[in-house]
Write a protein that binds this ligand. Structure first.
Ligand code: BEZ
Length: 211
């Protein structure tokens, strides 16, 4: 059965371009982003890995470790990294799993046979420090992912894990947030000292509480 939000992210032991790792131990107390690619030496994947390498500091700042996976072997990955560095104005700075035995691809249901029976689709899993799955995304092979959106969701996940707020459509860091419906107006006055704006009883905005 497909993995669902709130499930424990399956643990695994694998070889990566930065050595062997045991996933849960490697995550430690960090958040994690595990993302799959159809294959090495493919154009869209090359741009995706280059993009993540260039913005890795943004993940570090949020205490997030990034880990890529594709079903090609380790020698292939090392050859591909040379191309990524050469063409994407970056130096690869995070591990790629050599999942030639499809251990990760199977555990995370990353092969969708009606799309392609051999290659992984573009899956994204955001995993919390409690090892639970907080976000899943599935993109087709032909569409490169928007990693700014993944950072935006992580900002929302980390904010809403610590404050009784949710984030509205197209929210970005610094924008007003929504007070969750379970909070009464009386409690909202105590919890949100910057105040709140009540548009409807169920729609109350407050400035982002952790700024
Ligand atoms: C790519 O990563 O460029 C790609 C992979 C499979 C199909 C189409 C594009």
């Amino acid at each position: 059965m497909a993995l669902r939000l709130g499930d424990i992210a399956p643990d695994f032991s694998v070889t990566t371009t930065e050595g062997d790792i045991q996933f849960h131990q490697w995550l430690g107390n960090s958040w994690g982003v595990l993302f799959s690619h159809p294959a090495d030496f493919t154009p869209v994947c090359t741009t995706e890995l280059g993009t993540v390498a260039r913005i890795k500091a943004e993940f570090d700042k949020r205490n997030v470790k990034v880990l890529a996976v594709s079903v090609d072997p380790i020698d292939s990955h090392h050859g591909w990294i040379k191309d990524i560095n050469e063409t994407q104005n970056c130096t690869m700075n995070f591990p790629i799993i050599a999942d030639d035995k499809r251990v990760v691809a199977t555990a995370y249901d990353m092969i969708h046979p009606n799309a392609d029976d051999k290659a992984t689709v573009r899956s994204v899993f955001v995993i919390g420090p409690d090892k639970k799955i907080k976000l899943t995304l599935t993109y087709p092979a032909s569409t490169g992912r928007n990693f700014s959106e993944i950072l935006r969701v992580i900002d929302s996940l980390q904010l809403t894990a610590n404050h009784k707020v949710a984030t509205p459509a197209d929210w970005a860091h610094g924008n007003d947030c929504i007070i969750t419906p379970a909070v009464s107006d009386a409690d909202a006055e105590k919890l949100f000292p910057k105040g709140f704006r009540k548009v409807k009883p169920y729609l109350r905005y407050t400035p982002q509480p952790n700024l």
